[in-house]
Design a protein around this ligand. Structure first.
Ligand code: 13P
Length: 262
């Protein structure tokens, strides 16, 4: 089974002082500096807002916890007021960039052709991309989940995106911030579809190496069930990553679920 990646998407939350507290709590849990045993059977990533990337990189020096950005522009530099380029986020110490989050699609009009360029900019800088897909409630109730996911994958991913630099996150829009998570069965079903589309782009063996994260109301209480699904390679956590104790509980639940499933 794949080592799970548990990623926290902080969205537009946390002041510098709050962020320092949060990262200290996460470090203490993951690195074992808080007195408990270190958590070594999961990869852990935090994705703060841009203004916190440099100070959080400093706060994470020597830690197993990795740093990621929530978005980036596709050009390496230029006259794009208010934007941030991939080489800039790389300079802060980021190893991962989230691209195509549904909030970027919904509120900022980001669509396939733009996201295809962003994904390529991330991998060109030798960073890892977390490409997000997911259907709205209307689309699910209209029986369009498969076609939406296939389109979101097909218009952005192709063989030129190196599989070793790619993670996919399935985040059903109706589950984000609603407290209504997908059931483990629903997540597994869509993850299987994603895996089969990835097999068509790459090949079965390569597609099998790409981790597919689930996101949408992941909490300490549901993480174990979701993470025990064989197709679920980790979690992209929103609200519950803003408290170190909750985020650590999710990481521990994921590790426990994987070791039981082995
Ligand atoms: P919630 O965990 O708050 O539902 O958010 C999920 C998400 O959007 C992570 O990217």
């Amino acid at each position: 089974m794949q080592t799970p990646l548990i990623a926290g998407n902080w969205k537009m939350h946390k002041t510098l002082a709050q962020a320092r507290d949060l990262v200290k709590g996460i470090r203490d849990a993951v690195d074992g500096t808080g007195g408990g045993a270190p958590i070594t059977a999961a990869e852990v990533l935090v994705c703060p807002p841009f203004h916190l990337l440099f100070p959080m990189a400093k706060a994470l020096a020597g830690s197993r916890v990795m740093l990621g950005a929530q978005n980036a522009h596709f050009e390496p530099q230029g006259a794009f007021t208010g934007e941030i380029a991939v080489p800039m986020v790389k300079e802060t110490g980021c190893t991962h960039v989230i691209i195509g989050h549904s909030e970027r699609r919904q509120h900022f009009g980001e669509t396939g052709p733009l996201l295809a360029k962003k994904v390529r900019a991330v991998v060109a800088a030798e960073l890892t991309v977390i490409y997000c897909v997911g259907e709205t409630l209307d689309e699910r109730e209209g029986g369009k989940t498969y076609s939406v996911i296939e389109r979101q994958l097909g218009e952005v991913l192709a063989k030129d995106v190196p599989a070793e630099r790619l993670l996919v996150a399935y985040e059903p829009v109706w589950a984000i911030g609603t407290g209504r998570n997908a059931t483990p069965g629903q997540a597994q079903e869509v993850h299987s579809l994603i895996r089969s589309r990835l097999s068509a782009i790459y090949d079965g063996r390569t597609a099998g190496t790409i981790r597919i994260l689930y996101g949408g109301s992941v909490k300490p209480g549901n993480a174990a069930d979701l993470m025990s699904q064989p197709g679920v390679g980790g979690a992209l956590v929103g609200g519950a990553c803003l408290e170190a104790a909750d985020f650590a509980a999710i990481i521990r639940a994921a590790v426990g679920a994987r070791s039981q499933a082995r």
